[in-house]
Design a protein around this ligand. Structure first.
Ligand code: MRU
Length: 369
């Protein structure tokens, strides 16, 4: 997607594959900086410190991290320990384990001297597939938006189509396009009059910092709101649809996404606002049916609750304390929205019900395989 007229992806190979370039998302929206990851340890640190984040991008970074590890040491032991290191960086997004397993399966039976090149090839295939899946999600989501926009009551027909989104499920969370934001970009590029309500998404403010940055750079009309404003807007008919991403989707269609997503789904349900979840196949965990019982929820540092990062008057990025010294914070990073609150899942293969039957129809899979 575009930054000041230049097309970017979130991750790329440098030095013919000896290192990996990424956008440093901890500095956005105030500073645009890139970072070079030269070792597996640096890739793991980039994921855990959220230099890169978003389920699909975490997966691709993990895959390239294994490539870097195998360049350093292609032995079985090194493969195992790099897999464990990368897999332990963030526990909720299933894309990480999925991508690591894909690379490991590709290289494990090869002679050691072929492993790094094979890992690079597989990681690059994963990255390209991600771009294609996200663009397909964009097209399927656009068709939904167009249908919903046309079905609005007569008095709203000339008004912008209003979409609310939570966290950042845009191109910064993937390799390109994004999941939940892909239909928004497609709609905007197709000339649809669209406006996005951007939940700020405390505590790390991925909405205020990253989604707003992306939308601004693409010229998509948007307004940042505090997380608590969504229900009020829905009650007043100011939201035509909610669309979010997911870090893990169970075989029954429960979706685990950034903390606060569940509350938006409840408000949408109560106000008859359609609630869509956009996801590539890599986000489905076929081994878990019940998301609330089965999905591990990452607990992050309480400092993310008690402190906040922003731009000081002297243009320095600083961190300031919000709470009284000594007050504790608790910081679950994700929550689970039960399938019954999800209007439909928008995948690269099409749109389906958030249910076991819906997912099986699309992917022809059975539970626990
Ligand atoms: O903690 P983050 O910033 O990695 O969380 C990201 C999200 O919750 C996204 O909504 C999710 O990964 C889906 S993105 C395509």
């Amino acid at each position: 997607m575009n930054i000041d007229g230049k097309a970017w992806r979130t991750i790329w190979l440098e030095e013919g594959g000896r290192s990996v370039g990424v956008i440093d998302q901890t500095q956005l929206p105030h500073q645009f900086k890139t970072k070079t990851l030269g070792t597996c340890a640096e890739a793991a640190a980039a994921i855990s410190t959220m230099v890169v984040r978003g389920a699909p991008l975490i997966g691709v970074t993990g895959a390239y991290g294994l490539m870097l590890a195998l360049q350093e040491d292609p032995s079985d032991m090194a493969l195992l320990s790099a897999f464990e290191l990368l897999n332990s960086t963030r526990p909720t997004a299933i894309n990480l384990r999925w991508a690591l397993q894909r690379v490991r399966n590709q290289v494990a039976t090869l002679p050691q001297h072929q492993r790094a090149a094979a890992a690079q090839a597989e990681a690059s295939v994963i990255a390209e597939e991600d771009v294609a899946m996200c663009e397909a999600i964009g097209n399927h989501g656009l068709a939904i938006f167009q249908k919903l926009a046309a079905a609005r009551p007569f008095e709203r027909l000339g008004m912008p189509f209003q979409v609310l989104t939570h966290c950042n499920a845009g191109w910064l969370a993937t390799v390109d396009w994004g999941t939940a934001l892909a239909p928004i970009y497609k709609a905007h590029r197709a000339g649809m009059d669209i406006h996005v309500w951007v939940d700020e998404t405390r505590p790390r403010n991925q909405g205020a910092a990253l989604t707003a940055f992306e939308l601004a750079k693409e010229g998509v009309p948007h307004t940042v709101i505090v997380d608590n404003a969504g229900g009020h807007l829905m009650q007043h008919g100011e939201v035509d649809a909610v669309i979010v991403g997911t870090d893990r989707t169970t075989s029954n269609g429960d979706v685990c996404n950034k903390i606060g997503t569940y509350l938006k789904a409840l408000a949408a349900f109560d106000n008859n606002v359609p609630f869509y979840v956009a996801l590539p196949a890599s986000t489905i965990d076929w081994t878990i049916a019940d998301g609330i019982a089965g999905i591990p929820i990452e607990a992050r540092s309480e400092m993310e609750v008690t402190h906040i990062q922003g731009l000081a008057a002297n243009a320095e990025i600083i961190n300031v304390q919000l709470t009284p010294t000594g007050s504790r914070g608790f910081n679950p990073a994700f929550d689970v929205t039960p399938a019954r609150l999800v209007t439909a899942l928008i995948t690269e293969k099409g749109v389906t019900a958030a249910s076991e039957a819906g997912l099986q129809e699309l992917y022809n899979k059975t539970k626990l395989n």
